[in-house]
Design a protein around this ligand. Structure first.
Ligand code: AMP
Ligand code: MG
Length: 499
């Protein structure tokens, strides 16, 4: 067994564990009864310099938390956060960071077990996770990655042979989550709340070394503001990308927002079927705080919490420091709008910029909203509507059945007029449209169906779904079942936080 572990290619270091103690607690995974590796991401393993064949031999023990890979110094990270607007101190209550895998290019990538047992921060929780939600995070995070959206990734899921009690007894599982770091806005909130400038400073320097090494040589007096700006830029881009694929995170608490700009914590998230800016899927989000259309303003609110946390590190008198941070914070809406309109242009097949483009995009959304049009399918079908498309590019993308597609005639005409001014040949426009408008996303009903099968022991549907969402541009007939919308009469989709 030991030989396979060595051969797997682990190169773990733990720079986070060298930070001041209040930011983490040493914490080993609790062994489970019967570890079994049920999903392994061979491609991601290879990117990390890990040998999938070796991991298949004894990865179950590592990915379930029964043995540690060489070099691991397991810890639970401490953090705080605003949950639905209320401040609270938290921490990894059921996640354990094994360490940072150092890749051949010298990048540090966190390897974390989620559902690996109780930690100092578990409060009343059992430290465990159920199979369905861990597979859900696996599918959706890998789907997001395939869509080109920054996200934490999923390396493996192992079942534990134990039962976890939720509203019903469920099969237990551990997810191996991979991230450029797990530092959250809430990590900075905790450091600030401790009232320890040394801790805050050490965290900032660590985060800068991991995510913004080019800032490391700046004047220490400017670093907090420069770092805030970098995080704002990453989040503006990230949330714009979510909006452009119809992603609803569902629980944008500040502890679920990274400073890396990666999507994290796939609890009650879901993708829009019919376009609706007020769409909320999470059963606990009763007031729609985290509705689809509110995500940009919530991101801005969360970043204000980051700005406040950094305040003690900005030198000079308090008023001037607040002003500096506020000036940077105020750039968020403009940055978001720039990323969003650039993405919107891409979705309409435009390379040139015209002022009215945002309006044209909004008009299509409004038409979809009014008619209950499907977000993904409507954009995917635009390529079929490009005038004079060469025969070779004219594969009908419109799904044969399922989602309703709404592109009103007057909108179509305005769009075609605008396309004429692009002066691009139709094949080029079609290529742009295909690139920007996915055909296959992790459709909610498909995700649920594959999880139900997996919970019953059949991982076939999940494997097929993973293959499908790994190729968002697919146009083949075999992708058709993954492009269709929810079955008629399915009623509103609901997600649960009981992850
Ligand atoms: P989340 O809603 O997944 O972002 O989690 C919010 C907080 O609750 C985090 O600090 C988690 O570590 C903690 N938590 C969630 N589920 C459990 C559990 N089963 N046992 C212990 N802590 C948990
Ligand atoms: Mg969380």
């Amino acid at each position: 067994m030991g030989r396979a572990i060595e051969a797997a290619g682990w190169r773990l270091d733990s720079s986070y564990a060298r930070l001041p103690e209040p930011l983490f607690a040493a914490s080993a995974p609790t062994p489970v009864r019967t570890p079994r590796l049920v999903v392994l991401n061979a491609r991601l393993a290879a990117e990390l310099g890990l040998d999938a064949a070796a991991l298949r031999v004894d990865g179950a023990d590592i990915f379930a938390g029964n043995s540690l890979p060489p070099g691991s110094e397991p810890i639970a990270q401490a953090y705080a956060g605003h949950q639905f607007g209320h401040f609270t101190t938290l921490g990894d209550g059921r996640a354990i960071l094994l360490g940072e895998q150092v890749t051949s290019q010298g990048h540090r990538i966190d390897i974390q077990l989620k559902g690996a047992g109780r930690t100092r921060y578990s409060r009343g929780g059992d430290g465990r996770a159920a199979l369905g939600p861990m597979l859900r995070e696996y599918v959706i995070s890998e789907g997001m990655h395939a869509l080109g959206i920054p996200t934490t990734r999923s390396l493996a899921v192992a079942t534990t042979g134990e039962v976890v009690m939720r509203t019903a007894p469920l099969p237990g599982a551990v997810l191996t989550r991979v991230a450029t770091s797990h530092i959250r806005v809430g990590t900075f909130e905790l450091a600030a709340a401790l009232g320890r400038r040394d801790v805050l400073r050490a965290l900032l320097d660590h985060a800068v070394a991991r995510h913004d090494p080019e800032l490391a040589s700046s004047d220490p007096a400017d670093l907090p503001v420069a770092f805030l700006e970098a995080v704002i830029e990453r989040q503006a881009s990230l949330v714009a990308r979510w909006m452009l694929v119809g992603f609803v995170h569902g629980v944008m608490n500040t502890d679920n927002m990274t400073v890396s700009g990666e999507t994290i914590d796939f609890g009650p998230c879901a993708f829009l079927d019919a376009y609706d800016p007020a769409a909320v899927f999470s059963s606990i989000d009763q007031h729609g705080r985290y509705a689809y259309g509110k995500q940009p303003s919530i991101a801005h609110w969360n970043l204000a919490r980051l700005a406040e946390s950094l305040l003690p590190l900005v030198p000079g008198d308090a008023e001037a420091a607040v002003e500096r941070l506020q000036a940077v914070l105020a750039t968020f809406p403009g940055r978001f709008a720039r990323h969003h309109v650039a993405g919107a242009r891409g979705k309409l097949g435009f390379a040139a910029e015209e002022t009215e483009d945002a309006e044209l995009f909004a008009a299509l959304l409004a038409a979809m909203h009014e008619a209950g049009g499907d977000f993904t399918a409507t954009f995917a079908t635009l390529v079929d509507l490009v005038p004079d498309i060469p025969a070779a590019s004219a594969v009908a993308r419109r799904p044969a059945c399922g989602p309703s597609v709404h592109v009103p005639a007057d909108w179509r005409q305005a769009w075609r007029e605008r396309l004429k001014r692009e002066a691009a040949d139709p094949g080029e426009v079609a290529t742009r449209l295909r690139r920007a408008n996915p055909n296959v996303i992790p459709r909610n009903h498909r995700v649920e169906e594959s999880l139900a099968a997996a919970e019953g022991g059949d991982f076939g549907p999940l494997e097929r779904l993973l293959a499908a969402v790994g190729d968002p541009a697919a146009e083949s007939p075999s992708s058709q079942p993954y492009r269709a919308g929810p079955p008629a009469g399915s009623g509103p989709y609901r997600t649960f936080c009981g992850t």
